[in-house]
Design a protein around this ligand. Structure first.
Ligand code: ATP
Length: 687
């Protein structure tokens, strides 16, 4: 005989299987409708739990099929209660449950709008006003087919789909195709990388001008940023030629780090491309954006305010908005962004659809690009547009994709790695889910220093700590013998240390455990201390010491720090050149901006960052990425996570795997596992 559901849910919270906030959703329902069936309370609690796992809804059928796996209960990090007896698992509780019964009891509940039953489904409206509302007028849950949503997530998903559908079928901009062709021909050299392949960057530009929504997706170094700069030049030149004022362009990225990277990359590309047009269009440089904002700043998200500054009633003043690293945008932020754009503002999303999705619920870019795999999804109309504007005749697909697919360009050739490079080959094998090929590439890597390396390690992680000491000593030695200069010269010294620090980064799949960030940070710290690379005293103050890299874990607008920022604890001399004190240095947005030297005791929550989780490293790039695998199979290790770890590497990637697993079965298991986020955005956009 099992304990009542309410007791079980309490036990799951106590065991760390579920968040307190999820259980609170159940209590809230119990308080509002005391007569609610326990299976409804359970579904509500699980829907909230799933949101914590990145899902916008609970897929009832999938849940009944395999409750423990779908709900990830018990989790890897779960703790045993004091009596040592683990709680009853969801699979035991739900044994024998029938989907039809669960759906029926949910459809009957006052807290649920059942769409199939309800002739008047909730109107989509403004996603901002769709918070969980009080019964009975606006039930907080929506049952759509077999998917149970918190109402706000359902509303956001519908709103995104509606916006995307409207934008991809909007009337084509009134353009003189001859002008478009002329400008594109000037921007793109006729010599493409592979003469047998069309120039996909050029096609991406042509598609981006056709409708007010487009996506440019591709792996690292495939030229997404290069393409965007050309696209912006194209748009401004066309505006000049049509006698229009310059277009208002806004560039954005989901995190500060990604925004800073895009800014640097864009500026470098502008410097290369602009001279071609300087004579004909001397004012062109002034029309290009100088800054890249975070998405929050772009739309004006304000703390404790229900809606951002820009929304459906106060559009963002912009003609073109380009957003990089779009895979990191969760559903809520995407819904808010789309709502903030006027119907004729062009939105261009850039991103690598194969990367990890946002930590927030939803996998918007992944869902929108679900069919971007098809090499040629274009219909006859798109093919004709490409022929007229690019001068390339592509075959029309026998079974063309939806309108959305006509707005997506996939860049496949990596100019950074080349098709036969080890990193490129490994990335392809991982993305294809080909565990054997992945293993082959890694096991073929033998000598140290190659682009791909495999480091079989013992339980004490001797190999990893040796590697860390060797790689990190390049900058840590310089930290321990600080120069006597002050002011700008001291900033230059810190910048050089940052550049050296960016050369090697250890990444972990997990947070906890020996192979997690917490364990690896401790091991590396101890090894560096033993090697004399960290100070024993002097430049040490409690947990703070010269050479400690830190990761900011909370937004702190007052200090201009964002969750995910990396700082280095360094000795700092004031302008009078007194004895150095410890300060945490943060680089500015561009290479010449002054370093910000903050007192460590003023910093908000932060943690040591010799090792980072792959999630936290998203949007960053390092010369050498060292990826530590878990020692046992783990559901967190997925294809997307492994690919994201690999693609943080600019020149070199080393996989650290347990020497007890010489066949790399743990890695192979991860490569085969895909992140499947519940939701129906893909289907809604394909309609
Ligand atoms: N068509 C091209 N021909 C030659 N080199 C190119 C071409 N396109 C891009 N490159 C070069 O390849 C490198 C990577 O390009 P870019 O930064 O635009 O790629 P990306 O996809 O934005 O990369 P990331 O994934 O790092 O954001 C740059 O050095 C760029 O100059």
């Amino acid at each position: 005989m099992l304990p009542p559901i309410a007791i079980l849910m309490d036990q799951w919270v106590d065991a760390g299987w579920m968040r307190r906030v999820d259980r609170a959703v159940g209590r809230w329902l119990e308080a509002l409708c005391p007569e609610t069936d326990a299976r409804v309370i359970l579904a509500a609690v699980l829907t909230s739990h799933q949101a914590g796992q990145g899902h916008v809804c609970l897929d009832l059928a999938a849940c009944l099929d395999d409750p423990d796996t779908v709900l990830k209960m018990p989790p890897q990090s779960g703790v045993l209660p004091e009596d040592g007896i683990p709680p009853v698992r969801p699979a035991q509780l739900m044994r024998g449950w029938r989907l039809a019964d669960w759906v029926a009891v949910l459809a009957d509940a006052r807290s649920v709008v059942a769409l199939a039953e309800d002739p008047q489904p909730p109107t989509i409206g403004d996603p901002e006003s769709a918070g969980v509302s009080i019964l009975p007028d606006a039930p907080p849950f929506v049952l759509d087919g077999g998917l149970l949503y918190l109402r706000r997530y359902w509303v956001q998903e519908q709103a995104i789909a509606e916006q995307v559908r409207r934008r991809v079928s909007a009337e084509s901009a009134r353009l003189d195709v001859r002008h478009v062709r002329e400008v594109l021909d000037r921007l793109f050299d006729p010599m493409s990388v592979d003469p047998a392949e069309p120039d996909w960057q050029k096609i991406a530009c042509a598609l981006s001008i056709r409708r007010p929504f487009s996506i440019i997706t591709g792996g690292p170094g495939t030229g997404k940023t290069t393409t965007v700069v050309k696209l912006l030049l194209m748009r401004q030149i066309l505006a000049f030629r049509a006698g229009q004022p310059p277009l208002r362009i806004r560039l954005s990225a989901p995190t500060g780090k990604a925004a800073a990277r895009l800014k640097q990359s864009i500026q470098a590309q502008i410097v290369t491309l602009l001279p071609r047009f300087a004579e004909t269009y001397p004012r062109l440089a002034d029309t290009l954006p100088q800054t890249v904002e975070t998405l929050h700043r772009l739309i004006g998200v304000r703390p404790n305010q229900p809606r951002p500054v820009h929304h459906a009633g106060n559009y963002l003043p912009a003609d073109i908005v380009v957003i990089d690293e779009a895979s990191m945008i969760g559903q809520e932020l995407m819904a808010r962004t789309l709502a903030a754009l006027a119907p004729d503002t062009s939105l261009v999303l850039l991103g690598d659809r194969d990367q990890l999705a946002s930590v927030e619920p939803g996998s918007v870019l992944g869902a929108l690009c679900a069919h971007a795999d098809a090499k040629m999804p274009y219909d006859a109309e798109t093919v004709e547009w490409i022929r007229q504007t690019v001068g390339v005749s592509l075959p029309a697909a026998a079974e063309p994709g939806a309108s959305l697919d006509q707005a997506i360009a996939t860049l496949r050739y990596s100019h950074r790695f080349g098709p036969d490079s080890p990193i490129g080959t490994l990335a392809r094998a991982i993305n294809a889910g080909d565990a054997s090929a992945t293993r082959r590439v890694l096991q073929a890597a033998s000598s140290p220093g190659e682009a791909i390396g495999l480091l079989p390690d013992d339980r004490q992680a001797h190999g990893l700590t040796r590697l860390a000491v060797e790689a990190l000593s390049t900058w840590l030695k310089r930290v321990q013998s600080p120069p006597s200069m002050v002011g700008a010269a001291q900033d230059d010294w810190a910048r050089a240390i940052f550049a050296a620090h960016q050369e090697t980064q250890i990444l972990c799949a997990l947070r906890q455990g020996r192979q997690g960030v917490e364990g690896v940070n401790l091991l590396v710290e101890q090894a560096l201390y033993r090697a004399g690379l960290l100070p024993g005293f002097g430049l040490r103050e409690g947990a703070w010491y010269a050479g400690r890299p830190i990761l900011v874990t909370r937004n702190e607008p007052g200090l201009r720090l964002a969750n995910g920022d990396i700082g280095l604890t360094l000795p700092y001399r004031d302008d009078a050149g007194r004895e150095p004190v410890l300060r945490v240095a943060f680089p500015g947005d561009d290479p010449t901006a002054p370093i910000r030297w903050l007192n460590p005791h003023r910093l908000p929550s932060c943690e040591t960052a010799f090792a980072l989780t792959v999630h936290k490293a998203q949007g960053s790039e390092f010369g050498h990425a060292v990826f530590v695998l878990p020692a046992a199979p783990n559901p967190i290790l997925t294809r997307e996570l492994i690919y994201t770890a690999l693609t943080r590497a600019r020149d070199r990637f080393t996989l650290v795997a347990s020497d007890a697993d010489p066949s790399l079965s743990i890695l192979a298991d991860g490569v085969r596992r895909r992140v499947q986020r519940a939701g129906q955005l893909e289907r809604l956009c394909a309609d």
